[in-house]
Design a protein around this ligand. Structure first.
Ligand code: UDP
Ligand code: MG
Length: 143
C-alpha cells in the first residue's frame, strides 16, 4: 500500500553532518521526500512528540536530547514506506541493528541513534501533522 511516514534526522545526525547521507539513502531507495524542514524543538515540543513514551525511564533524557539542537524532519511517501523506512534505519539499539542500516553505521548508542521513523500507520497519522500541514506537503503528481 502507498504510505506516508515521518522521518527525523535527530540532533546527533545533524551534528555529525549526516543530513545529506540520510536523504540520499531515502531517495536512492525510492522513498520520495514530499515534505522537508529544519526545526529546533523546545523541550515541551519534544515531550509532546514522544508522549507515548512518557512513562518510560528514558523519557526525560530522550526529550532533552531531542531539544538539544536542530533536527531535520521529513515526510516520505512510497509503497510500504513505513516498514521500508524502518528497515533502512535498523533496530533502535545500534548494536542490534543489521549491517548496512543507518543506525548500525552511524549511531553511537540506543538513545543517540541519529534517525526517527514512524512505527505504524497510527503513529504516522499523529506524527506527520505534528510537523506539517497539508500545504507543506508536495506529493508526487502534485503541482
Ligand atoms: N530510547 C532510549 N532508550 C531506550 C529506548 C529508546 O533512549 O531504551 C530512545 C531512542 O532515541 C529511541 C527513542 O527513545 O529512538 C524512541 O524509542 P522507540 O522504542 O520508539 O524506538 P524507535 O522507534 O526510535 O526505534
Ligand atoms: Mg518508536
Amino acid at each position: 500500500m502507498r504510505e506516508r511516514t515521518l522521518a527525523i534526522v535527530k540532533p546527533d545526525g545533524v551534528g555529525k553532518g549526516l543530513i545529506g547521507e540520510v536523504l540520499r539513502r531515502y531517495e536512492q531507495q525510492g522513498l520520495r521526500i514530499i515534505g522537508l524542514k529544519m526545526v529546533c524543538l523546545s523541550k515541551v515540543a519534544a515531550e509532546g512528540f514522544y508522549q507515548v513514551h512518557r512513562e518510560r525511564p528514558f523519557f526525560q533524557s530522550l526529550t532533552t536530547f531531542m531539544a538539544s539542537g536542530p533536527a531535520v524532519v521529513l515526510v516520505l511517501e512510497g509503497e510500504d514506506a513505513i516498514n521500508r523506512h524502518r528497515a533502512l534505519m535498523g533496530a533502535t539499539d545500534p548494536k542490534q541493528a543489521d549491517p548496512g542500516t543507518l543506525r548500525r553505521e552511524f549511531a553511537d548508542d540506543i538513545e543517540h541513534n541519529i534517525v526517527h521513523g514512524s512505527d505504524s500507520a497510527e503513529s504516522a497519522a499523529f506524527e506527520i501533522p505534528y510537523f506539517f500541514n497539508a500545504l507543506e506537503l508536495y506529493p508526487a503528481g502534485g503541482s
